[in-house]
Ligand binder design. Structure first.
Ligand SMILES: NC(=O)c1ccc[n+]([C@@H]2O[C@H](COP(=O)([O-])OP(=O)(O)OC[C@H]3O[C@@H](n4cnc5c(N)ncnc54)[C@H](OP(=O)(O)O)[C@@H]3O)[C@@H](O)[C@H]2O)c1
Length: 325
């Protein structure tokens, strides 16, 4: 089968489009013919060797959508021919993937493969962050960093669905601001040339945001505490800046504020059972037309180098889809 592999850690050019063996599946796994996969920021980190320990060559990619073509002997809930999304055991930039039964999710008939491929990582994540970690309440103000990206555009919509009052987004450049607004952000701040914490405080009459979704780390995390309201929750779930931020204990207790961390990767490994209910809720939102996956770019699998360059250079908006079959 055709696949894209990482041949050594480094720039996008280390991605190579090659022929590899179709992966083997065991009794508890399914073999899926992939239609579409998506590019996630985590793929950039794994290509640079900053996430996981890849043994070369390895196939990158977290999630994919396709059709089951074979099932292991112990599988009861899936059959050949079903349309699914999955988090595969290997990478998803490939014509075939193997996935464990508990990380495979049947798709509603109404959901096409583009939308399906766009959704698993970012929509499961955004739903968990807002509903389960932040426990969002009606009318709360939510600040979402990198609001024009895959997670950002999805989180904006899910926040609104779950009852957010005001939604404020930050973006790296002006061109992305309209994309975040179209996804539903009420205010968008370009945090490269504006002090986002000051503006958030102005927009909230000095109170600050009740929930902050922070996938940037470094200074952005630190400054976020300058605009987190009393009883606010800062959810930290990524470090796309590549920096580390520092928090102090005295920033939390008297203000009754919390900092919470979350990783979908850890949850897939340690608590995969937590994702099935989330998947059902998210698919219903998509099926009902309430949640729309914002797809900004399509690439052929063999053009994964260009797809990676786009997201790494902060030029992408929404999700990037890889057409595979
Ligand atoms: N914890 C988890 O389980 C989990 C799961 C999925 C994603 N994530 C995290 O969520 C974030 C968003 O993921 P995504 O896949 O949806 O990506 P994305 O938001 O579509 O793209 C990444 C964005 O990060 C921002 N960014 C800020 N500083 C950057 C830098 N130094 N280099 C490159 N990009 C930078 C850019 O947006 P601006 O220019 O607008 O700032 C860029 O567009 C990432 O940090 C990712 O690791 C975490």
């Amino acid at each position: 089968m055709k696949a894209v592999v990482v041949t050594e850690f480094g720039k996008p050019e280390v991605l190579k489009y090659v022929d590899v063996e179709i992966p083997k599946y065991n009794g508890n796994q399914v073999l899926i013919k992939v239609e579409k996969a998506s590019v996630n920021f985590a793929d950039i980190k794994s290509r640079y060797g900053k996430k996981g320990k890849g043994q070369f060559p390895f196939i990158p990619g977290l999630d994919a959508a396709g059709v089951i073509v074979a099932v292991g002997s112990n599988i009861e809930q899936f059959k050949v021919g079903q349309r699914v999304v999955a988090f595969p055991t290997g990478g998803s930039y490939a014509e075939y993937i193997v996935a464990n039964e508990n990380l495979t999710f049947q798709l509603p008939d109404s959901v096409g493969f583009d939308v399906a491929a766009a959704c698993p990582t970012v929509s499961f994540l955004a739903y968990k962050l807002l509903a389960d970690l932040a426990k969002i309440e009606k009318g709360e103000t939510v600040l979402i960093h990198s609001a024009a990206g895959g997670v950002g555009t999805t989180a904006i919509q899910i926040a609104k669905i779950l009852g957010a009052g005001k939604i404020i987004g930050t973006v790296g450049n002006e061109k992305k601001a309209s994309f975040a607004r179209k996804a539903g952000a009420d205010h968008v701040i370009c945090y490269e040339n504006e002090n986002f914490a000051e503006i958030v405080n102005e927009l909230t009459d000095g109170k600050g945001a009740n929930i902050i979704l922070d996938s940037i780390a470094g200074k952005v995390s630190e400054q976020s505490l300058d605009c987190l309201a009393l009883y606010g929750r800062l959810i930290h779930f990524g470090n796309s800046s590549g920096e580390v931020g520092n928090f102090k204990t005295n920033q939390l207790h008297s203000s009754c504020r919390s900092i919470l961390g979350f990783s979908l990767g850890t949850t897939r490994k340690e608590r995969p059972d937590l994702l099935r209910e989330t998947a059902e809720k998210v698919f219903k939102l998509i099926d009902d037309g309430d949640l729309e996956m914002k797809i900004g770019h399509h690439f052929q699998l063999e053009d994964a180098v260009e797809a990676h360059s786009l997201i790494e250079n902060r030029q992408s908006t929404g999700k990037i889809i890889l057409n595979i079959n």
